[in-house]
Design a protein around this ligand. Structure first.
Ligand code: SF4
Ligand code: SF4
Length: 208
């Protein structure tokens, strides 16, 4: 319907235990639908120290993105826009990724629920990160609140200091932290950055 009406739209596709090894197929299916803007979001959830069944395997997100990248780079540069690649290219170009996972710090993408409750982030809609209610709390008060400062302190690169990809990865989302303190997607990020960085830098330096 959007295609017929000439309306552009973005497809948000999760990467999980069922599709992590089908990157090429998933990407081409979305492309055939007529979509040109895509973002891939990893599904990671732990319960009692163990990943839940639908969680993408630790290396799976990297495998998926690398497979999609191979397809994209062959003929879709400038035609298909994959947010994950746009973000990595932005990191290589100017040090500012588009994905908050790879920012130096978590920011203030506040969430407001239908009842007015304000939270630090949509990954942390939990009582201890409720910053107030929009009916009584200003954004300035929310941003400077103690609860929001505790949320910001969740971000850690303690296990990343010797990593060659630290400047483009910055440790990932704290919601994906494993019980040992490392990031569930660390191996995926290493795989993705290792397999794509030379081509990304070439695109940034020669094609943009
Ligand atoms: S907690 Fe995760 S999703 Fe939220 S701002 Fe930080 S990196 Fe982004
Ligand atoms: S790839 Fe792993 S070790 Fe390197 S910065 Fe990212 S999360 Fe840290």
């Amino acid at each position: 319907m959007f295609n017929e009406a000439g309306v552009e739209y973005n497809v948000l596709c999760t990467v999980n235990s069922a599709n992590w090894n089908k990157g090429k197929q998933v990407y081409n299916n979305i492309k055939q639908m007529g979509a040109r803007f895509i973002q891939f979001i990893p599904v990671v959830a732990y319960h009692k120290g163990k990943p839940l069944g639908f969680t993408v395997p630790e290396k799976g997100f990297g495998t998926f993105l690398t497979d999609v990248f191979k397809e994209w780079v062959e003929g879709d540069i400038g035609f298909m826009f994959v947010m994950n690649f746009e973000s990595a290219m932005s990191s290589h170009a100017n040090g500012y990724p588009l994905i908050c996972f790879h920012n130096k710090e978590c920011g203030s993408p506040f969430v407001i629920e239908s009842n007015g409750a304000v939270y630090s982030c949509d990954h942390y809609v939990e009582d201890k990160y409720q910053l107030g209610n929009i009916a009584q709390t200003t954004f300035s008060e929310a941003a400077t609140s103690q609860k929001h400062q505790s949320f910001l302190s969740l971000r850690s690169t303690k296990y990343c200091q010797k990593c060659e990809f630290l400047s483009v990865c910055n440790g990932g989302c704290p919601k994906h932290t494993k019980p040992d303190g490392s990031n569930h997607l660390c191996q995926s990020y290493k795989t993705f950055f290792k397999n794509t960085q030379n081509t990304m830098k070439y695109i940034v330096n020669n094609l943009l």
